[in-house]
Design a protein around this ligand. Sequence first.
Ligand SMILES: Cc1cc2nc3c(=O)[nH]c(=O)nc-3n(C[C@H](O)[C@H](O)[C@H](O)COP(=O)(O)OP(=O)(O)OC[C@H]3O[C@@H](n4cnc5c(N)ncnc54)[C@H](O)[C@@H]3O)c2cc1C
Length: 430
Amino acid sequence: MERFDAIVVGAGPAGSSAALTLARKGFSTLLVERGRAPGVKGMFGGRIYAWPLADLVPEWAKDCPIERLVIRENLAFLTEDASLTVSFDSPKLAQGRGTSFTAVRAKFDAWLAKKAQDAGAMLVTGIRVDDLWREGGRVRGVSVAPNDHVASDLVVIAEGAASTLVREAGLKADLEPREVSVGIKETVELPAETIQERFGLGEKEGAAYVYAGHASMGLRGGGFLYTNKASVSIGLVVSSEDLSRKKVEVQDLQTKFRMHPAVQRLLRGGKVVEYSAHLVPELGAGMMPQLSTDGVLVVGDAAGFLINNGYTFRGVDLAIASGIAAGEAAEAARSAGGMSKVNLAVYEKFLRARNVLTDLERFRRAPLYMKNERLFDVYPRMLMEIAERMYTVDGSGKERLFDVVLDEASAAKVPKLKMLLDLLHGAGSM
Ligand SMILES: Cc1cc2nc3c(=O)[nH]c(=O)nc-3n(C[C@H](O)[C@H](O)[C@H](O)COP(=O)(O)OP(=O)(O)OC[C@H]3O[C@@H](n4cnc5c(N)ncnc54)[C@H](O)[C@@H]3O)c2cc1C
């Protein structure tokens, strides 16, 4: 039987980062990916916060497949036919550890997996790990077929949001609909020059959009748009509870979102070349499994490491940082005598040192706050009504802004105290 010090299941950002760190620390490491290549099964909105890459691959910017560096953030509120967009522009957004960039996962995941291979990890693709392999009640490796096991001292579970091994290891119960949203994305091809002209960007510059309100037709969730080199990624992340309760098909929502006049203006003449859907773990710190046990560590989405606080959507950076922390924990456990549950518990310390757990805990209340349906319907609509009255000059007698705000707040039929509390809770959780 083949034997490795560590087996990493899944060559997404979390798995490849773990494999790279483990290999560098002298562990013989097997990285197993069920797709025919890393990234083929990967799906996300489109932006990566680069800070953990600077630790993992200090020279990352030299050859990382960056589509565009994000220099403009946009927050847009939609009603049926109108939009209100707040833009923030700064070259500082694309400098230092705060840099973020748009990427295509097939290219990015392949790049990161290659770094792990270069460091000595063995990558096998087209193989699905079926199960954890146990002997004497302890995990001793993985099963890739009923009687085909590969042995290891440590298994790192990096399967993504729908991980079955986390449940098989007894680290978490089944996923509940309230814990996940459904993400959907389309890639729309447009010439690079058109993107630059239409979005007001330089050759290497990119823009990011978050959409609230009519994008999700009042369902809890929102839309996103990212500019790549010669395409635009556009999609939605919507509560799976709401989709089934209101019997709405996510594809229909996406089509309506894409056809909104404010979105159409940006996509005009483009061709949809790709469509994908995926689960998003939504509860962050509120849905974390047990993160380690005898011979097992859990990283990335499989551990629920995702923060969606309404204006930033972070999964890949936490996946990378948790992969690094897993490698560091394995090294510490090896020094302490082996991959026992007690020794691997040090993983939490490394996750904290890399601000994964600290950020997740800080935004623990954001998912609960975002369950408030008023945020996705009443308030965006109110904002839009105020904007419409602010900017309309038709000779019918102009009102002061203060009176407009009071009037629209009354028209929204939400008690003022409730509005104030929504505001305060928002400030405290986001
Ligand atoms: C619509 C949408 C938009 C998003 N937008 C963003 C964004 O803009 N920015 C951001 O940072 N995050 C975003 N995310 C979240 C981000 O995609 C995830 O947080 C990130 O991909 C997690 O990485 P991971 O390595 O943990 O898991 P994954 O990327 O899911 O990788 C898991 C890998 O494991 C493989 N695998 C699974 N099971 C097995 C098995 N049994 N055997 C072998 N291989 C297996 C899979 O094929 C896959 O390659 C988005 C997610 C969605 C759905």
